[in-house]
Design a protein around this ligand. Sequence first.
Ligand SMILES: Cc1cc2nc3c(=O)[nH]c(=O)nc-3n(C[C@H](O)[C@H](O)[C@H](O)COP(=O)(O)O)c2cc1C
Length: 328
Amino acid sequence: MRFGTVTLLHGLFLGPMAGYTDYAMRTVCREWGAEYLTGEMISAKAVCFGDSKTKALARIRTEELPCAIQIFGHEPAVMAEAARRLSCGVEGGVAPTAIDINMGCPVHKIAGSGDGSALMRDPRLVERIVAAVKEAVRLPVTVKIRAGWDANTVNAPEVARAAEAGGADMICVHGRTRSQKYAGKADYRVIAAVKRAVAVPVVGNGDVTSAEAARRLLDETGCDGIMVGRAAVGNPFLFSEIAAMLDGKEPPVITSGLRLETALRHLRLAVEDKGETTAVLECRKLLGAYFAGYRGGSAARAALNRAATAAEAEEILRGVFSTPAAEE
Ligand SMILES: Cc1cc2nc3c(=O)[nH]c(=O)nc-3n(C[C@H](O)[C@H](O)[C@H](O)COP(=O)(O)O)c2cc1C
């Protein structure tokens, strides 16, 4: 698939996930076949205030490209200014591939302020925001939407058309409404309807947990790309499994040794990015996901929650992956 200057062979996207898709997770997913990455969502207002934490969130390294930065907010002028500031890259990083606009976050703190999924209720505002951001930057501008606000207002095709009218270069649809949050099933019929409604590329998202699920998403929606969110946590291998399926090849064999090596690499990248103390603290939930289903997993997760150094975390990981027959 193609949009802007981006050309992707398999159309495999890692979904942005606040608190998860930092440099370490993005890099590990890239190494296992995620072709396009997006950072964690960033407040447009905070960018305009020059907040330093926000700058760290917006930092992208060369090897991550293509990688988008996602912003949230609802005021066209603020969104445009934030996009303009971020479009050249923050100190110590490179310019992002695209600016993505969050129109899907269901969390009350965000949607209650008119941001994220609340934008789904106002297609005219969607068009104005996209147009303002588009005007402010030379990069492709993409949007990530949901099926709608709730079951009675499933309007993703209308919102997608509004975004396209504003100049959006690509549209990603998570097939759940804001009311569903992350429960229930993603409705692929809505993604198919969005694909029929617009001419720009459409990326489908929701419940891709296996190569078979990715196949179903493509077949049922005709979408151009596949975005994987939660299933990539502790399982970046899924991207290579989907790529193999698309190439008509046998899936790679993911041994315990490979899982251990990848989890250790994840930890090392996090330490390099954030320093040991923060990395070990923030990595706990991510590292624990690498050994989901392994015998002794819950005890190891409890031990990880107490680990304070990278060496301790490494020892726990080595322990849980050490028995070849560990998988239940
Ligand atoms: C913990 C968590 C954080 C998320 N953060 C973001 C975010 O910052 N921006 C965004 O557009 N979507 C965010 N999402 C939504 C995911 O990108 C994705 O749309 C959703 O999880 C559905 O895809 P999946 O079924 O493959 O997980 C988040 C999801 C989770 C579970």
